[in-house]
Design a protein around this ligand. Structure first.
Ligand code: PAF
Length: 277
């Protein structure tokens, strides 16, 4: 596996593959890789001739500098995992390679950033779109792979890829969970023992919400879910049920509904979601 640090070399490499008629699968990550990332890489290797994985902790998507500072960085372990997973290139650029000047574009996300994560993390999704489009311009992928755990991110990337005219297939991959249901996340390593013990309740509550909706109706199911989380000592940031495509609050005629949660546990912010209809 090659490790490429330069933006220019990345582009040259991808152009050469494209000139040979090869397909490129791309998995953008911020490192601290786990089995959730491994499943994205597996899907990419199954569906493409070559696979590129970027490891880049993107400063423009952090609205809290402490969160950026504390984000786990595990280069050696990441490199080993990717080499063992059959990845062709680990793209490991510096901030200067990704943002060579201060002119970072601002995007109109057509309101998809207004719900859920949006109000709590101003500028976050703009940062995600900034880095993903820059990476697409360098890696030139045919397909790119994202986890469904970041449900709102996936919806925004799908929408913006189409809107900005990128010919890249956006593939959403199912959330990978620990045995007790906790969604895998790079942040989980920061949970202390007591927080780690409590964390699976988020997925339990999402499942109860799913079964509660047909039994008690949407509003009651939501208030039961919030009550249960509050009692467990978890600090809830939001629990919302939204239309799976528009991300607008659930309406009775919505075809698909997604239950989405963000919560704090022992100083660590966790998110999760589940299709509830
Ligand atoms: O989901 C992530 O890890 C990041 O938001 C992404 C897509 C790699 C962009 O930095």
């Amino acid at each position: 596996m090659r490790v490429i640090e330069s933006a220019e070399q990345m582009e040259v490499f991808s152009k050469a593959l494209r000139a040979e008629g090869k397909t490129i699968g791309f998995v953008p990550t911020m490192g601290a890789l786990h089995d959730g990332h491994r499943s994205l890489v597996q899907a990419a290797t199954d569906q493409n001739d070559h696979v590129v994985v970027s490891v880049f902790v993107n400063p423009t998507q952090f609205n809290d500098s402490k969160d950026l500072e504390k984000y786990p960085r595990t280069f050696e372990a990441d490199r080993e995992l990717l080499a063992n997973a059959g990845v062709d290139v680990m793209f490991y650029p510096t901030v200067k390679e990704i943002y060579p000047n201060d002119l970072v574009p601002e995007y109109d996300l057509d309101g998809l950033d207004e719900a859920m994560e949006g109000p709590n993390r101003p500028g976050h999704f703009n940062g995600v779109v900034q880095v993903v489009t820059r990476l697409f311009d360098l890696v030139l992928p045919h397909r790119s792979y994202f986890g469904e755990k970041d449900f709102q991110q996936l919806a925004i990337i799908r929408h913006m890829t189409k809107k900005l005219g990128y010919d890249v297939g956006i593939i959403g991959c199912p959330t990978v969970r620990e045995k007790d249901g906790l969604a895998m996340s790079s942040r989980n390593v920061r949970l202390d023992e007591s927080a780690r013990e409590k964390a699976p309740i988020i997925f339990q509550v999402l499942n109860e919400l799913k079964h509660g909706i047909p039994e008690t109706g949407l509003n009651k199911a939501i208030s039961n879910a919030k009550e249960k989380l509050a009692k467990s000592g978890i600090e809830l940031e939001y629990l919302e049920v939204v239309d799976s495509i528009s991300l607008q609050p659930a309406k009775d005629d919505s075809v698909g509904l997604q239950g989405c949660v963000a919560a704090w546990l022992g100083g660590v912010r966790l998110i999760d979601n589940l299709r509830v209809k």
